[in-house]
Design a protein around this ligand. Structure first.
Ligand code: HH2
Length: 273
């Protein structure tokens, strides 16, 4: 059996993003050719990523999803050629995850937290894989249509606690799971800010917390552009450092070097306090 996730990926660990999609919000279309995606993954690992998260389906607000065949056609040739590298597969489909694990991936990142295809839980358990469970309100097609919460932090926390119990019931060891508040998935700017500011409450669930705020639109909007579709690297690093201080362990980012450097210095300062 694999060691606990926190041992394989100690705080802070950076997940580099490789989107093999035509339509991802910040880098869509750039890595559709397998050689481009493979080269990007190798570059991110060289910059200090602990693992690379490969995805073949965009989950940007408004997106419709892709077929199993299309998603497999995008990610399979990339994962095949990265067999020696630490990889996570960003998918909600059991068949895509099964194939990725067969090809050597060690983690499944499911933005639907095993709700889209509950049988994905068995694939993760049988494959002895790590798992990221993420919170999302609604689904990408309409998740940004006036999301509402009474208390976003306690609702996200209760959801993640329930999905963790579901995963454990399905045979996935608790120590193989990390939890993610799902920044930007059915959340206003204010919801994202509150989740990040009170991240210690999610860390109190006792599992490593993964944060994916990199380049997201709420950062551009906080900087004054109400129509922003992305945010800058500087703001992404600021959020990662503050999330780290509040207990986050893993950081899903597009700009690996900047985050590795920011988090390294943050760790040195935190260690001296
Ligand atoms: N965000 C995105 C995709 N997958 N997975 C986790 N665990 N957490 C996240 O915050 C997260 C995620 C969206 O970012 P990106 O992959 O860059 O864009 P797209 O979904 O448009 O491909």
């Amino acid at each position: 059996m694999r060691p606990p996730l926190e041992q394989a990926f100690p705080r802070p660990s950076v997940l580099g993003v490789v989107n093999v999609t035509p339509d991802s919000f910040s880098d869509g279309g750039r890595l559709l050719r397998p050689d481009a995606a493979v080269a990007e993954a190798r570059g991110l690992l060289a910059e200090g990523a602990a693992i690379v998260d490969v995805g073949g389906e965009s989950t940007r607000p408004g997106s419709e999803g892709v077929s199993l065949e299309e998603e497999l056609a995008r990610v399979e040739p990339v994962i095949e050629r990265l067999a020696d590298a630490p990889l996570s597969i960003d998918t909600s489909k059991a068949d895509v995850a099964r194939r990725a694990l067969e090809l050597g991936a060690c983690m499944v990142n499911d933005v639907t937290a095993l709700r889209s295809e509950p049988e994905l839980a068995g694939v993760v358990a049988d494959g002895d894989a790590y798992l990221c469970l993420m919170h999302m309100l609604g689904e990408p097609r309409m998740m940004q249509d006036e999301p509402r919460y009474d208390d976003v932090v306690s609702e996200v926390k209760a959801f993640l606690d329930e999905r963790l119990a579901f995963a454990v019931d399905a045979g996935i060891p608790e120590e193989h799971v990390c939890l993610d508040p799902g920044i930007g998935f059915g959340k206003t700017v204010e919801h994202n800010v509150e989740l990040l500011g009170r991240l210690d409450e999610l860390a109190a669930l006792g599992r490593p917390v993964l944060v994916g705020a990199s380049r997201k639109r709420f950062l551009g909007r906080l900087l004054g552009d109400p129509d922003a579709l992305t945010g800058p690297v500087s703001a992404s690093v600021a959020v990662a450092v503050l999330a780290y201080e509040r207990g986050a362990s893993l950081f899903r980012v597009h700009d690996v070097r900047e985050h590795v450097e920011g988090l390294k210095v943050a760790g040195a300062v935190a260690g001296a306090a």
